[in-house]
Design a protein around this ligand. Structure first.
Ligand code: KMH
Ligand code: ZN
Length: 312
């Protein structure tokens, strides 16, 4: 069974690739706004910042390293947070393009999605009659046809390009129980060394649903597969965000919040910023008797290479 830990790591995922500017004025997409919100989230208690880029002019999803270059150094200068660069930022391009920002940044952490799947948010389109930017409606509606491709070959490619060459630690994103077995297979073939860091994800259409029974099931399966050789965190999408983070923290796990995965602070009320969500989950964690990990404590817990070893 994964060791019960003393402190809880809060990851904040700042902007992502699901939500669009129409859905919330708080969703950051300019480099300045991404940096400001990331810095504020760190000050509020997030020790890991999970980062995607957006096109500065219209908020479209971007995997262009030039867009990352405009905020990563700014965040690094202003915080000691661990920076985690997404490798899942586009459902529509090759893995080679998806890892280009991380190859430039050589960050302490990167996301790594552990299986191919449907990945859809098309039901969100029904909530909006008008859209701020031309690209948004088609992007959201057409997601019913998106396949999020993460084959074993893709996973092996990322492991070699970023894990072996850059000593990046992965946030292994597991959207269903089969992804845990994919990770176990990869570990058995020597692709990843223990202890791995697993993000259990609930509530993405195409993945496992947001029922607490499923969290228990995922955790029990991971205990069986990985024993003491893993650290874990939980992300609930949309309305599941705070309930799942709260439950996970009580079970001895780490948590992920942020506008990437939910735009809300409570039922029916939009969050005013990423820091808003970090502040709330931190308060819950502390009120319930746990402590939040600092960035350096997170580095030690996850055995990261250190901020002085990144490429930016
Ligand atoms: N928003 C998460 C459910 C990635 O960046 O690699 C998906 C995600 C993927 O975080
Ligand atoms: Zn992400």
């Amino acid at each position: 069974m994964a060791k019960k830990q003393k402190k809880t790591i809060i990851t904040c995922a700042i902007t992502g690739a699901i939500h669009t500017p129409t859905m919330s004025d708080a969703l950051p997409f300019t480099p300045e706004d991404i940096a400001d919100q990331a810095i504020a989230a760190s000050a509020a208690g997030a020790s890991i910042l999970h980062l995607h880029a957006r096109r500065p002019d219209d908020g479209g999803v971007s995997i262009d390293p030039e867009h990352f270059k405009r905020f990563l150094p700014v965040i690094k200068q202003a915080t000691d947070a661990v920076i985690n660069v997404s490798t899942g930022g586009s459902l529509l391009t090759t893995m080679e393009e998806r890892i280009a920002p991380a190859k430039w940044a050589s960050p302490e952490m990167c996301s790594l999605n552990m299986g191919s799947m449907n990945f859809s948010f098309h039901p969100l389109a029904e909530r909006y009659k008008t859209w701020k930017f031309d690209w948004e409606e088609d992007y959201v509606r057409n997601s019913d046809g998106y396949i999020f491709r993460n084959t074993f070959a893709d996973i092996g490619f990322v492991a070699r390009q970023l894990g072996e060459e850059h000593n990046v630690k992965f946030e292994h994103e597991c959207y269903d129980v089969g992804h845990l077995y994919n990770l176990k297979f990869c570990m058995d073939t020597g692709l990843f060394k223990a202890p791995v860091f697993i993000q259990f994800i609930f509530g993405i259409l195409g993945g496992i649903g947001p029922d607490i029974d499923n969290l228990i099931f995922m955790k029990r399966t991971a205990d069986r597969l990985f024993g003491d050789d893993y650290q874990w965190s939980v992300l609930g999408a949309g309305g599941a965000q705070m309930p799942f983070a709260t439950t996970a923290s009580q079970m001895g796990g780490n948590v992920r919040v942020g506008l990437e995965d939910s735009l809300f602070i409570e039922r029916g009320k939009l969050a005013s910023s990423n820091a808003d969500q970090v502040t709330k989950i931190r308060r819950i964690i502390e009120d319930l008797g746990c402590q939040v990990a600092t960035p350096d404590e997170a580095r030690e817990m996850l055995d990261l290479k250190g901020a002085d070893r990144t490429g930016f």
